[in-house]
Design a protein around this ligand. Sequence first.
Ligand code: ADP
Length: 341
Amino acid sequence: MFRFMAPLRVGEPCMLCHAKQGYKVGDIRGGIGVIMPAASTLASFSDQVSRMLLVHAVAYIAVSGLLALLFFKTQAHIQALSDAKHAQEALVQKRTQELTAANAALGRSNAELEQFAYAVSHDLQEPLRMVASYVQLLGRRYQGKLDADADAFIGFAADGAKRMQRMITDLLDYSRVQSKSDPFQPVALSEALDLALGNLDLIIQETEAKLSLPVGGMPTILGDKSQLGRLFQNLIGNAIKYRDTGRPPEITIAVTWKKPFWALSIQDNGIGIEPQHFERIFRVFQRLHGRDKYEGSGIGLAICKKIVERHGGRIWVESQPGQGACFCFTLPAIPEAERSD
Ligand code: ADP
């Protein structure tokens, strides 16, 4: 069917849409349009073309449907993933808060315990001093005047009081590592080692101990000089104390760099330690030998552990019975930005 379009004079408003078609204001616009009824037009196509059109239409609808389904499924999956991520983040945040709170509580209870240990050991010193003095007085005044049992009992009491005094002093020392410590400042480890060697001079000479110091010198770290001196003294003192009686003590001190830590080791050629005691010996008052064999109260290594941990490091032992022991510890290096050299 043809449709005749009446002639129109092109005006200004027409130019908004028809300027591109080459019209100018004043031109006459019009023409003949063709209108085709869909059913009869389709009917005029051949069967083959109709089938092809139908197949394409069905395929188009099916693919569009699939794509839409895929889109909605993916959306749902993304949403589920994002929900799970949020739930996980919330859980991590909750756990972190719980952990922070537990850490703070632990810190408080540790501080209270230390304060308690300090107060108890400090306050016990005075009455114990009195007990020890009077037992000694009894011993001096009545030694040989009562029977043999009485002499032995007074001896045991005096010995017990002396041991208890030593334990209390050690406990006080232990609690002071944290509570009565100096603020950290740059410490040359060689100076801390010199402090220790000065205090051990006599025993080193007596036992003819041979010491090998690190060839490349020792680093400077941020720490507490007197505590680091104590650390070296306890470890070197033990290396001499637990020597093998069949050979003079040989002690090798070494330092290596294990970013961001300095790793130090004190190796001896003494009696060694069985692996099942590696953890235990760092606990307060834990000893592997009787006092009759080796003098001591079992707090030296506990103090070493506390000093190393206060400095942000870790301490452990490597050993085999009869083959010496190697006490190793790490100390954080001064961060590059804070070094003065
Ligand atoms: P103490 O020497 O007063 O017993 P420590 O805490 O210093 O206390 O040591 C705990 C225990 O660890 C010691 O009793 C000893 O058995 C063992 N020990 C420590 N150092 C060494 C060492 N260098 N070689 C062998 N055993 C050691």
